[in-house]
Ligand binder design. Structure first.
Ligand code: 4NP
Length: 152
């Protein structure tokens, strides 16, 4: 799960996907990273921690880190929160890594190029909106991926 700072959107995506996977009995690994490296080592934004906690999810122990080329080998999918992230992820992808890139909201609105909006400069309602978008998208993602793994 990748966004600009890895302190607002992608930590929520990591936490939500992980919690939904556990609820489904899936032993899958989720992680998150930034394209900027600006907040390396920092915990999530307090507003993300708060909206997660309001939904029974603890993301407070996550630490921001920058996306690295090795991630394209370690993970099956690398998921962008918005198109700017996607452009940067495409730039640093190894040639065989581009096929692993997806837009987060593509799982709910395929082909629409919809964006998880950056809530950083807004208030708590923006974080709640992001939480709800990510809950839908992560649920749709697991539906799709579980379908694929059962089909193979
Ligand atoms: P995120 O939000 O990409 O969802 O983690 C942001 C966090 C920090 C900044 C911008 C967006 N920033 O400009 O520092």
């Amino acid at each position: 799960m990748v966004c600009l700072g890895n302190i607002c959107r992608s930590p929520l995506a990591e936490g939500i996907a992980g919690q939904l996977a556990v609820e489904r009995g899936l032993d899958w690994v989720f992680d998150s990273a930034s394209t900027s490296g600006w907040h390396d080592g920092n915990p999530p934004d307090v507003r993300s921690i708060r909206v997660a906690a309001q939904h029974g999810l603890d993301i407070s122990r996550q630490q921001s880190r920058k996306l690295v080329p090795q991630d394209y080998h370690d993970f099956d999918l690398i998921i962008a929160m918005d198109s700017e992230n996607m452009q940067n992820m495409t730039k640093i992808a190894p040639p065989d890594g581009r096929a692993k890139l997806r837009m987060m909201l593509d799982f709910v609105d395929p082909g629409m190029n919809a964006q998880v909006p950056d809530p950083y400069l807004g208030g708590d309602d923006g974080f709640l909106h992001v939480y709800n978008l990510l809950l839908d998208a992560c649920s749709a993602m697991l539906d799709e991926l579980q379908g694929e793994t059962q089909a193979t």
